[in-house]
Design a protein around this ligand. Structure first.
Ligand code: URA
Length: 201
């Protein structure tokens, strides 16, 4: 699979050369109606040279309030999973399919996700990670395949544009159904092992 040059806009080609340039470009973004309800754009955060990136769905209330990804209850669980895998939040990069909070934490509409995706694609290009963990079906469907089901693809390595992609359940799904924790841990062990092999720790 390719990132799809056809999906990149003309602006992308002239595009920002650093994440900070991209962040400035996104300031005040009004490409979709989520802009109207947001407190902060949640750009994403972490190591700009991360070998491992994690992509969720979209900001919740706490993320919108603070302008940071995965800082609410799901984020705290994600921190624990990363820590159990011996990976720090600082060494990875965390972003979402949409950068503004959908009202009531609903799933982003297709138009919202498609309006926002060029930003995420640019972010991925600038960071150039070797691995991406896609958290939940929204991230899986927009980054990999619109028809993909997370229940089928979780735990299976995919590959796109030279990046290895591991789909797993979203941490919010684990809060609703703790029986999924075992599967997520299996998935993260695969990520940990491949990542360790890469960074040789
Ligand atoms: N859920 C997400 O998908 N992303 C966040 O940043 C927080 C919760």
């Amino acid at each position: 699979m390719q990132w799809g040059a056809g999906q990149l806009s003309f602006e992308d080609l002239a595009g920002p050369r650093t994440l900070e340039e991209l962040r400035r470009e996104i300031e005040g973004c009004a490409r979709c109606s989520l802009a109207e309800g947001r407190t902060h754009i949640v750009f994403g955060e972490g190591n700009p040279h991360a070998r491992l990136m994690l992509v969720g769905e979209g900001p919740g209330a706490e993320e919108d309030r603070l302008g940071r990804p995965f800082v609410g209850a799901a984020g705290q669980l994600l921190d624990k999973i990363l820590a159990a895998a011996g990976i720090t939040r600082e060494e990875v990069y965390i972003a979402n399919i949409v950068k503004c909070r959908p009202p009531g934490n609903r799933v982003p509409l297709r138009a919202e996700a498609e309006a926002c995706l060029p930003w995420l694609r640019l972010q991925i290009r600038l960071i150039n990670p070797r691995f991406i963990v896609v958290l939940g079906s929204t991230a899986l469907q927009y980054l990999c395949d619109p028809q993909a089901r997370i229940t089928f693809f979780r735990g299976r390595w995919l590959e796109k544009g030279g990046i290895r992609i591991m789909p797993t359940y979203h941490p919010a799904a684990l809060l609703r159904d703790p029986s999924k924790k075992r599967d997520v841990w299996e998935d993260f062990k695969k990520v940990r092992d491949a990542y360790r092999e890469l960074v040789k720790r």
